[in-house]
Ligand binder design. Structure first.
Ligand SMILES: [Fe+2]
Length: 221
């Protein structure tokens, strides 16, 4: 990770027409990255009322739009362009979490596209984080359109949020295992140490030791 004030653009052009000629796999990967920004931003240790507004709106929009945007629907791509920007306005002020911390080494070790790596990890890390997220997974489930998300038992709402995210990644055809991006069992200890040392790990709502991170990698190997 490189973080520096000089990396902040003076101006950004957000033009969803640029998505039209991008390959489907790029629409899927960048869309899953935007979803990861929104979900990690909503549950990160530094989240607060204002950043919540950005992240919840982004989750809701991405949940309703990414499947259609991946197939090239112009209105859905326009909604994704707005959602990724809104998510960025949120998380760039409050931080991310363990999905990003674990995705970065997959890029460094194997050249795995960032969004693909996030898409493999997101549901598994959400399930790990669930006990440390209070009522927040209810909101995520509701943003995905899960009926009764606000009234069902908390454990059920948490499971529904994780399943909604897993189903989206599955439907989009994102790789589901680390082996598909080149990882092997022998690399897991080094990956886990790199993820533990990543700047994003500190924002995770549930602290994770190196051994727990290694186990999370193994669960999606
Ligand atoms: Fe990202």
């Amino acid at each position: 990770m490189c973080v520096d004030p000089h990396g902040i653009p003076v101006m950004a052009v957000v033009d969803s027409e640029m998505m039209a000629s991008a390959p489907r796999s790029l629409k899927v990967a960048t869309g899953l990255d935007a979803l990861t920004h929104a979900i990690e931003g909503y549950t990160t240790a530094g989240a607060w009322k204002l950043s919540d507004l950005f992240h919840l709106k982004a989750i809701q929009t991405i949940a309703a739009s990414l499947r259609h945007a991946a197939e090239g629907d112009a209105e859905a791509m326009e909604r994704m362009a707005l959602a990724q920007y809104v998510a960025g306005m949120g998380y760039s002020n409050v931080g991310l979490g363990l999905v990003h911390a674990m995705a970065h080494p997959l890029g460094a070790f194997y050249g795995a596209p960032h969004g693909v790596a996030n898409g493999i990890l997101l549901a598994a890390v959400m399930a790990y984080n669930a006990p440390s997220t209070g009522e927040r997974f209810r909101d995520i489930a509701a943003a995905f359109g899960v009926e009764d998300a606000m009234t069902m038992p908390l454990e059920d709402a948490r499971a529904a949020a994780v399943e909604a995210v897993a189903a989206l990644a599955r439907d989009l055809g994102n790789p589901a295992t680390l082996r598909e991006v080149g990882a092997s069992e022998a690399d897991l200890p080094a990956l886990a140490q790199a993820a533990f040392d990543d700047v994003c790990a500190g924002g995770n709502p549930r602290p994770a030791a190196v051994a727990e991170i290694e186990e999370l990698y193994r669960s999606v190997l």
